[in-house]
Design a protein around this ligand. Structure first.
Ligand code: SF4
Length: 637
């Protein structure tokens, strides 16, 4: 760790699996100051090193794992690790973010980021321990599930505290939405980056470290961190989020009609109470757990008692999985949803994409677009938990119908031909998570502008979810009321989404958790993150600087996608959200208006209205002259 730059990332491990070499590189200080780590660093590396002509699974394709500037410090929820790469699922910019302990441990081992290129001839694993790193054969681990892999590595080392990031059988088989599972039970799931890792025959990365992270002003940083922990604990939402985690929002989402059910046919689920946060807590809760330095401890361990899935024990179980593998496929048996989550984690599958591709298949079967000769005789029906579990196994092994579903909904729809695409609930090839754009207009816009495809976390617009007028007043002022707090209004929503994306880009780069977003935005907003970074890194950050850096990261992601031909035509929601009015909850009768907000959004961003690309002027203002020149070379001004 370089003392002169405090906690800013400095050490990059370059692993070339073609040659079997590992080189320790220093991240240039000027880059660290602007990128901050995490996805700020990752997108810069993609821009510089992964040309648009390269297939995501080409051996030269790069997988970056990067901690943030605050990861591993005492800052609340500073547990995050970011994976960045060209997505095998979407073919464009991809990233994924997880908590747990792997990211902090990586930094304790003296490494801030890892860039993996090449492809090993046989499966290998990467060891990193207190400044030393080496590759070892891992053929004995290939084929093991993620839980077995972690256990085997820990047993081999004789150290139960080794932290592991590994892929499971699904990624090894080439399923396009394979995840990377990180200790303990956390998932880098979105964008199929586990499949990218497996394509390199890199089964696992194991880290152990005892180094301290240097911060520029240890006393000042410790005092501010302690105050921020206290502030989070004092937030009115703390007891509920801490007790139920993200599953605690099921009832609210169901009421407002934003709880995707039956492949987004509706936004309310008749069995929502049975799979609510309260039901989970009452029936299957074993203990609270959480990520490094987190006061919230929103994660829980659950054990199923009774029924067909008696004894299944799982954790890191989120709202998203409750909709994808519960309401989305019509399953109201909580034990079955937990069992499906457990299988996805062990096999290394993104639960969101898995659930959505299964619900897509069920709807097509019901409509007669898929037939029993496509399913090997299996009847696909809403609510059949055993069918869901069977399809998870088929997807992971790419057997039977799983061969098609392993492609994700966009490619599966293309294979199936006319009619199927109408029911493919995706944006830019990424399956839509648990937010119906008809129930919350800002979320629809967030899905279409997100760099990695459909996504709620890039912008995380929560103020209009349930009419948080006080939040709007605090962040924007009375002039933005009542519209900004109204889920159906479109006025001011482009600003809400743009601000959220810029802030999210910074948060994902410094390594702070957004799952506790209630607290991150309410208690740790621009000024607090800037103060923490200044004390940790010894660089002067203020709100204006961070806003600019967030904007810079978002523009670089957009420019990278532009190189791949992404433009305004790709910023669109599926047909269903426009043509089928919502049929339930507060959203009843509404359709999505996301595309109608694009002009205002582009204007706020300084992107041209026809293509939706950053203008040269915008890029130069953000210190991205080289990016401007490259887009100009494509005839863009
Ligand atoms: S809020 Fe939850 S997901 Fe976020 S750091 Fe804390 S325990 Fe982890």
């Amino acid at each position: 760790m370089n003392d002169a730059r405090g906690a800013l990332p400095s050490t990059l491990l370059r692993v070339d699996l073609n040659r079997g070499t590992i080189v320790e590189d220093e991240i240039p200080a000027a880059l660290a100051v602007q990128a901050l780590g995490g996805n700020g660093l990752g997108v810069q590396m993609l821009w510089d090193e992964v040309p648009p002509s390269l297939d995501p699974l080409d051996s030269d394709s790069l997988l970056v794992l990067a901690a943030g500037a605050l990861t591993g410090t005492s800052w609340p929820c500073a547990a995050r690790l970011e994976a960045i790469g060209k997505s095998p699922l979407t073919g464009i910019y991809g990233d994924s973010n997880c908590g747990g302990f792997f990211g902090p441990e990586l930094r304790f081992s003296g490494v801030d980021a890892i860039a993996v290129s090449g492809r090993a001839s046989e499966p290998v694993m990467l060891w990193i321990e207190d400044g030393r790193s080496w590759l070892e054969p891992a053929a004995h681990l290939w084929g093991l599930d993620t839980v077995e892999t972690e256990a085997s590595i820990r047993a081999q080392k004789g150290d139960p505290h080794v932290k592991v990031a590994c892929v499971g059988p699904a990624a090894e088989q080439g399923v396009l939405f394979g995840s990377i599972q990180c200790s303990p039970g956390r998932s880098l799931a979105r964008s199929g980056l586990g499949t990218l890792m497996a394509s390199k025959r890199l089964k696992a990365i194991a880290v152990r470290g005892k180094r301290r992270i240097d911060v520029a002003d240890p006393d000042g940083f410790a005092r501010l961190s302690a105050a921020m922990h206290k502030r989070i604990r004092g937030n009115a939402a703390f007891p509920a989020v801490s007790k139920y985690g993200t599953p605690g929002i099921v009832e609210l989402m169901d009421t407002i009609g934003r709880f995707p059910t039956h492949n987004f046919r509706t936004g309310s689920f008749e069995a929502s109470e049975a799979i609510s946060g309260a039901a989970l807590r009452e029936r299957f809760w074993v203990k609270d757990t959480g990520c490094f330095a987190c006061p919230v401890r929103c994660d829980k361990v659950y054990r199923v008692t009774g029924g067909d899935f008696d004894g299944v024990t799982t954790s890191s179980f989120e709202y998203e999985t409750l909709t994808a593998l519960g309401s989305g496929v019509g399953v109201g048996d909580l034990g079955a949803v937990l069992a499906a989550n457990d299988r996805c984690d062990r096999l290394g599958l993104d639960t969101i994409s898995t659930g959505r591709v299964i619900s897509f298949a069920v709807e097509l079967f019901e409509l007669g677009i898929l037939h029993s000769n496509d399913t090997g005789g299996m009847q696909l029906r809403w609510g059949d938990s055993h069918m869901v579990l069977a399809l998870i196994e088929q997807i992971a092994s790419r057997r039977g119908l799983g061969e098609l579903l392993a492609l994700g909904v966009r490619r599966a729809a293309a294979e199936l031909g006319p009619g199927a695409a109408d029911f493919a609930m995706e944006v830019k090839g990424l399956e839509i998570p648990g937010q119906d754009g008809r129930a919350q207009q800002s979320m629809g816009l967030a899905h279409i502008t997100s760099s990695r495809g459909a996504d709620h976390l890039k912008a995380f617009p929560t103020l209009d979810e349930a009419g948080d007028a006080e939040g709007v007043r605090r962040r924007y002022g009375d002039a933005y009321l009542p519209e900004m707090a109204d889920p159906q209004a479109t006025l001011h929503k482009p600003l809400l989404v743009k601000d959220g994306e810029d802030f999210g880009a910074v948060v994902d780069s410094v390594g702070v958790c957004k799952s506790g977003g209630t607290f991150v935005m309410a208690e740790l907003y621009w000024a607090e993150i800037a103060a923490g970074l200044t004390l940790a890194c010894g660089e002067e950050y203020d709100e204006a600087t961070l806003r600019r850096l967030g904007e810079r990261i978002v523009n670089l992601m957009r420019a990278y996608n532009a190189l791949h031909g992404v433009d305004r035509r790709d910023d669109r929601l599926p047909r269903r959200f426009h043509e089928e009015p919502a049929s339930s909850g507060g959203a009843h009768g509404h359709v999505a208006h996301a595309e109608e907000m694009l002009n205002e959004y582009y204007d706020l961003r300084g992107w041209d209205r026809s293509r939706g690309w950053p203008t040269s002027e915008t890029l130069r203002r953000l210190d991205l002259a080289d990016v401007a020149e490259r887009l100009e070379g494509l005839g863009h001004g």
